[in-house]
Design a protein around this ligand. Structure first.
Ligand code: C2E
Ligand code: MG
Ligand code: MG
Ligand code: MG
Length: 280
């Protein structure tokens, strides 16, 4: 309820709140427009297997090509999209675009590559994710095993029992699931062991500390060992240095992503990375 103001009548917001609210409203409008005008694009970051040094897939990462501001990072608009619910139609666009790209790569004879899309907590709770994914796969005639989904612990923990059921249905349909940013959320090991996952991604904050921070290195080791003992693959995110690479390789991490091998690149540039190898 609005508070009674002074003699000027009702006051809804303090002036600075008002400015913030206006700014958010403007951004929300811009995001809606961006979706309508087709200003979003996906960039692709190679995922490299440590077993053979080969690229086996990519993570699709959203960018907004704003005619004024240039390329806008998701950190600057995903939180608001999440709050306003705009993430739902944006997320649908992401899933559709990733499948369209997979279809194009398949047609260009890059048939084996997989693409992972990020699914936000709100999207995970609100939409019929399985139907959404399956419709896109059908529309573009892409086999389910080439589409992967990345979810975070916070998406899972909102309603863990439902999340477990949703993920199980995705997996039954042949879609692989990775737990993103592992170690930064608050899932209990009790739930963790029940999450139907194919892969766990070590958050880049831990990778950044290797090898100088003993704690970060120990946490990375613990995650690798925990994941493997539960039969899951491990991908390390944010690998930037040779030292991090050799540590992860030596300790049995399955795959890496990071600037050391490649930044996220435009779709047109991705195929050439499939021919590159990580140095042994
Ligand atoms: P994420 O899913 O954990 O993605 C990894 C982020 O780390 C990406 O940032 C990537 O560009 C960055 N990164 C990769 N390698 C390195 C490295 O070696 N060093 C450093 N410092 N960073 C590296 P980006 O693209 O800015 O995305 C940030 C976050 O935005 C993502 O984190 C994800 O949570 C979210 N996001 C991106 N695309 C989407 C999307 O399509 N839908 C949803 N819901 N969220 C998305
Ligand atoms: Mg991710
Ligand atoms: Mg991550
Ligand atoms: Mg992250």
């Amino acid at each position: 309820r609005a508070k009674q103001g002074g003699r000027n009548g009702f006051r809804f917001y303090a002036p600075e709140m008002n400015a913030r609210a206006m700014e958010r409203l403007a951004l929300e409008g811009s995001l809606r427009g961006a979706l309508e005008r087709g200003e979003f694009e996906l960039h692709y970051q190679p995922k490299v297997s440590l077993a053979d040094g080969m690229v086996f897939g990519a993570e699709a990462l959203l960018r907004w090509r704003d005619p004024q501001a240039g390329l806008v990072s998701p950190a600057n608009f995903i939180p608001l999209a999440e709050e306003t619910g705009l993430i739902v139609p944006i997320g649908e666009w992401v899933i559709d675009s990733a499948c369209r790209q997979l279809a194009a790569w398949r047609a260009a004879d890059l048939s084996g590559v997989s693409v992972a899309v990020n699914v936000s907590p709100r999207q995970f709770q609100q939409s019929d994710l399985l139907a959404l994914l399956q419709n896109a796969l059908r529309r573009w005639n892409v086999p389910a095993h080439q589409l992967h989904v990345e979810v975070t612990e916070s998406a899972m923990m909102e309603d863990p029992e439902r999340a477990i059921a949703v993920l199980a249905s995705l997996r039954d349909a042949g879609i692989q699931i990775a737990l993103d940013d592992f170690g930064t959320g608050y899932s209990s090991l009790n739930y963790f062991k029940r999450f139907p996952l194919d892969c766990i991604k070590i958050d880049q904050s831990f990778v950044a500390g290797i090898p100088t921070s003993r704690e970060d290195a120990e946490i990375a080791l613990m995650i690798i060992s925990l994941a493997h003992s539960l039969g899951r693959q491990v991908v390390a995110e944010g690998v930037e240095t040779e030292e991090q690479l050799s540590f992860l390789r030596q300790h049995g991490c399955d795959a890496i992503q990071g600037y050391l091998f490649s930044r996220p690149v435009m779709a047109a540039d991705f195929p050439e990375y499939l021919a590159r190898r990580l140095k042994p």
